[in-house]
Design a protein around this ligand. Sequence first.
Ligand SMILES: [Zn+2]
Length: 83
Amino acid sequence: MSDRGICCPQCGSVRLRVKDSRPRGNSIVRCRQCNACGARFRSYEYSEADLRSLELDPRLTLRAVRVMASQMLERINEALRDE
Ligand SMILES: [Zn+2]
């Protein structure tokens, strides 16, 4: 398990500190704090075996893509409203 790909949602920095980590079901929840801007957030880490089974199930992948797409649309709508 590695921290690659995790960065601060506020400023994008990869200099993060792990404040706390605990298991939650099949995943590990880590509370992190950004060293650059101090933002706190949680990340969820899954074992590689879990990720593989997720990739192999097209229905789950489809659901994830749908959720991502609707979130993206929401952001686009918000951005358009702000203009
Ligand atoms: Zn930050």
